[in-house]
Design a protein around this ligand. Structure first.
Ligand SMILES: Nc1ncnc2c1ncn2[C@@H]1O[C@H](COP(=O)(O)OP(=O)(O)O)[C@@H](O)[C@H]1O
Ligand SMILES: [Mg+2]
Length: 249
C-alpha cells in the first residue's frame, strides 16, 4: 500500500492536517452488521518507543478503553494479539501516526523494535501508513530500511515570500473580528516572515496579538506600523528575564 512520511517544523500544521483528515473519515456505524467501521485511525506515537504503550494507545483509540485497562498487566505478546483481533474487524484503510520523532527518545534497540511493529501492522492489515513528525523523524524512520523504502517523503516547508503566503495571511487576518480591512505592504509581509521564521503557529500568534492591540487601541485593523513595532511573544519573555536579572530579582 502507498505510504507516506510527512515532516516539517514544529507548529507548521502537521497535527492539524491529520486531525482534519481523521474528522473527514470518522468511524461509521453500520446497523445491518452491527459493526463500527473505521477507515482511518489516527494515533500518537508514545513519548518513547514503547510497544506496550503503543498497543494501549491503539486500544483506547478504537474505543476499547475498558479492554485496554484490563489488559494493562498483560504481556506485550498478548496485547498484540488483542490489538490485531480488534483492528481486523474495523475495515482499516489508513493508519496515521503523529509525532513519530518520539521514537528518537529511546535506545536504538527499542527504536528498531518499534519500527518493526509499524511495518508489521501495515503488512498485516494492508493499510497505508502515514507518519508525521519533525524533520528529525526522517532519521528515526530510516532506522528501518524496509520501512523507509516503503514510505514516500513529503516535506511541509515553512512559509515563504510568495502569493500563497500573501493569500494565507489575509485569510488569517480576515478571521479576526476587526472592523476595517488590513491592507499590508509587501515589506510588512516580509517582516512577518522574518519575525516568525515562516512557522504557522507563530504567524497566528502574531496576527492574534496584533488584532487584540488593534481592538484595544481602536485602530480597527492591523497596519504596517504595528507590524514594524511588534516584538515576538517568545522573545518578550527573554526581555523580561533580562530586565529582572538587571534589577537583581
Ligand atoms: N492551515 C491552518 N490554518 C489555521 N490554523 C492552523 C493551520 N495550520 C496550523 N494551524 C494552527 O497552528 C498551530 C500549530 O499547528 P499544529 O498542527 O499543532 O503543528 P505541528 O503539528 O506541525 O506542530 C495550531 O494551533 C493550529 O491550530
Ligand atoms: Mg503536532
Amino acid at each position: 500500500m502507498p505510504s507516506l512520511l510527512v515532516h516539517g517544523a514544529s507548529g507548521i500544521g502537521k497535527t492539524m492536517i491529520a486531525r482534519n483528515l481523521s474528522r473527514k473519515y470518522a468511524p461509521e456505524y453500520d446497523p445491518p452488521s452491527g459493526i463500527t467501521r473505521t477507515q482511518l485511525l489516527l494515533l500518537q506515537a508514545p513519548p518513547a518507543p514503547d510497544e506496550r504503550r503503543f498497543y494501549l494507545h491503539i486500544l483506547a483509540a478504537v474505543g476499547a478503553l475498558a479492554t485496554a485497562l484490563s489488559a494493562r498487566a498483560q504481556s506485550v505478546a498478548s496485547l498484540e494479539v488483542r490489538v490485531i483481533a480488534l483492528l481486523r474487524d474495523l475495515g482499516l484503510r489508513m493508519v496515521m501516526i503523529d509525532k513519530v520523532h518520539n521514537l528518537l527518545a529511546g535506545p536504538h534497540r527499542e527504536q528498531r523494535r518499534f519500527l518493526n511493529v509499524l511495518r508489521y501492522l501495515s503488512n498485516e492489515f494492508e493499510v497505508s501508513l502515514v507518519c508525521l513528525g519533525v524533520s528529525e523523524a526522517v532519521d528515526a524512520i530510516r532506522g528501518d530500511i524496509q520501512l523507509a523504502r516503503r514510505l514516500d517523503e513529503h516535506h511541509l516547508p515553512n512559509w515563504r515570500d510568495d502569493a500563497e503566503f500573501s493569500d494565507r495571511i489575509q485569510t488569517f487576518i480576515a478571521a479576526m473580528p476587526l472592523e476595517k480591512k488590513s491592507n499590508l505592504k509587501v515589506t510588512s509581509l516580509k517582516q512577518v516572515l522574518a519575525l516568525t521564521g515562516g512557522v504557522t503557529s507563530r504567524i497566528l500568534a502574531l496576527v492574534k496579538d496584533l488584532a487584540i492591540d488593534a481592538i484595544i487601541t481602536g485602530e480597527g485593523c492591523i497596519n504596517d506600523d504595528a507590524i514594524a513595532r511588534w516584538t515576538p511573544v517568545w522573545s518578550r519573555h527573554a526581555t523580561v528575564g533580562r530586565q529582572l536579572e538587571k534589577s537583581g530579582v
